[in-house]
Design a protein around this ligand. Sequence first.
Ligand SMILES: [Zn+2]
Length: 181
Amino acid sequence: MTKYKMAFIFFPFSFLLLLTMDSTTFTTDKEDAKYMQLAIEQANLSVPVEGAYCVGAVLVKDNTVLSTGFSRELPGNTHAEECALAKVVAPNKDNTRELFKGATMYTTMEPCSTRLSGNRPCTDRLIEADIKRVVLGIKEPPHLVVCTGIAQLQSHGIQVQVVPDVAEQCLAPNAHIKSKN
Ligand SMILES: [Zn+2]
């Protein structure tokens, strides 16, 4: 095999490796733990459907909850983070984007980077909204798609941290997915 051919074969894999490389740190902040529990409560409000996770999200800025969201809360196969962003409307609608600046999105699961439905991934929405920080409970399990949400957020300068010891709580509403694997 020529070197050219080997490089050609290796390239797609190296690209995938780069996309899936991420480094997260744990947060032991009590406020983060508190808002993660709120997000877990939201996840438990989500009605399970086949082929989709039950996730909860809470958007916080300056120690104030701007909004909450859970999977399929809004019509149209919506995701938790998507709902939380969509539910924020500033008194003056033109200022809604300003509210997102410097905000933290708490989510029970790594924001999606690929959606089987073809809808815009939450990772893209968070980057576009100029969210400062994302705090999550668990990385997306590889049951449905390969998720590169963390790496993509970090490549856009968004800090990503993980709340320790909540994995079981975040997975609990997703037994319908786990049971298929
Ligand atoms: Zn999503």
